[in-house]
Design a protein around this ligand. Structure first.
Ligand code: GLN
Length: 445
């Protein structure tokens, strides 16, 4: 009730929620009280949280930030949503996001931009900007996000919270609306690594309903949090400290690395030579997959339908023209172009080859060091309305998207400020090293 009141008071300004589910929340809270009274409480019983509006929630509008799904009430729960419900958490609602998770500022939402709670003239980052702002403003202690090319880590960095993108396949994608299926991964956003560990304990694991989820045991991510860092080998990718890195961000990151040295870690420079190809490869692969995934929104089966279509083609054309925003249309055009006959080898196939080289860069680095560290973003949160050209928006993702191409996990941790705006330290590890990342982040916090 306290948090619902807080949302009422503050969210008019922040716009971090698309839907607040007050009634359902109060009845879930009653159930949690009951569980506690019966001695059946677990670590998350009664914990309030928020869910990015990309996750299907039974009986609750699931818009994915799009006019296309403004009228869509999901008939079932995403696997992570049902796991969190079963663990006794209390969802307060669905958070704002860039339309179909395409964006780095939350300005592509049909429901309007979200404001950064630290500075209302700044963006919160995207695409999980609503989740990040809601946690940062104390509207919820934790939230679910998704990360296809940085959408958990970048808004976490801009809003001064902790956000973990797990290894591809660690968390089920069932019921998570698809953007780029070979890159999409859900994960926790919270005020600390310890809180992220609690959420990951619940949401991780194999799911027979997601053919890319991995059948591998789930460790207790809370168990290793206190392990000492003496002897930890940290690599600093040379390419992550070059041109374009804001001076305040660099200072904050270098200061953070000194803290790890004081905790007994050793630091050396490493190279990820294909870094500069990550943005072009990602912005071929992600739109290609998106153009295929978004073909289901045809105005027939579900979602927005235009009025009085004259025939089937008119129905498709006008429903899609009215339902999708500009950025989504741009990606559909890029994706259908790069997948078309005559262009496939030059673009899509080439991008997949580059993707393999990027993955090998990381695997090579992890033969020498335990974790990599660097900035999560090249600058602190930028001003709302300031970045109008799509390519400069894509360049914001320089330090986050290679991680999705490689499938490895990454976490963004608060590491100081540039003026009023937070700076995020990114920590990366090899596949399935989430326990290690959470441990390293926790020791810093
Ligand atoms: N900013 C990137 C994009 O627009 C990443 C978004 C995401 O991770 N969902 O595609």
């Amino acid at each position: 009730q306290d948090l619902l009141g807080r949302i009422d008071r503050l969210d008019g300004q922040l716009n971090s929620f698309i839907t607040v589910t007050a009634e359902q929340a109060l009845s879930a809270a009653d159930q949690a009280d009951q569980q506690r009274a019966n001695g059946q409480a677990g670590p998350l019983t009664g914990v309030p949280l928020a869910i990015k509006d990309i996750f299907c929630t039974q009986g609750v509008k699931t818009s994915c930030g799009s006019k296309m799904l403004d009228n869509f009430v999901a008939p079932y729960d995403a696997t992570v949503v049902s796991k969190l419900r079963a663990a006794g958490t209390v969802s307060l609602g669905k958070t704002n996001m860039d339309e179909f998770a395409m964006g780095s500022s939350n300005e592509n939402s049909f429901y309007g931009p979200v404001k950064n709670p630290w500075d209302l003239t700044a963006v919160p980052g995207g695409s999980s900007g609503g989740s990040a702002a809601a946690v940062a403003a104390g509207l919820v202690p934790a939230a679910l996000g998704t990360d296809t090319g940085g959408s958990i880590r970048q808004p976490a960095a801009f809003c001064g919270i902790t956000g973990l993108k797990p290894t591809y396949g660690r968390v089920s994608r069932y019921g998570m609306i698809a953007y780029a299926s070979s890159l999409d991964q859900g994960g926790p956003m919270a005020r600390s690594a310890a809180d992220c560990a609690l959420l990951l304990n619940t949401i991780a694991g194999h799911d027979a309903r997601d053919s890319t989820s991995i059948a591998r045991g789930v460790p207790d991510y809370s168990e290793e949090l206190d392990a000492p860092l003496a002897g930890l080998k940290i690599g600093l990718p040379r390419e992550y400290f070059g041109d374009g890195l804001d001076a305040d961000v660099e200072t904050a990151i270098r200061d953070a690395i000194k803290v790890f040295e004081s905790l007994g870690a050793s630091v050396r420079e490493v190279s990820l030579p294909h870094t500069s190809y990550a943005i072009p490869a990602y912005y071929v692969i992600a739109p290609a997959e998106a153009s295929s995934n978004l073909s289901r929104y045809d105005g027939v089966r579900f979602g927005h339908r235009c009025d009085n279509p004259s025939d089937l083609i008119d129905l498709y054309k006008r429903s899609r023209a009215e339902g999708f925003g500009d950025e989504v249309k741009r990606r559909i055009l890029i994706g259908t172009h790069t997948l078309s006959e005559g262009f496939f080898d030059a673009y899509y196939k080439k991008a997949q080859q580059v993707r393999r080289l990027i993955r090998q860069d990381f695997l090579g680095a992890f033969e020498e060091v335990d974790v990599l560290m660097g900035p999560a973003t090249p600058t602190p949160a930028f001003d709302l309305g300031a970045t109008k050209d799509p390519v400069s928006m894509y360049l914001q993702d320089i330090y986050t998207i290679a991680i999705n191409l490689a499938g490895i996990p990454g976490i963004s941790v608060p590491a100081g400020f540039s003026g009023k705006r937070p700076v995020g330290l990114q920590i990366l590890g090899t596949h399935f090293s989430e326990a290690r990342l959470l441990n390293v982040a926790h020791q810093f916090q």
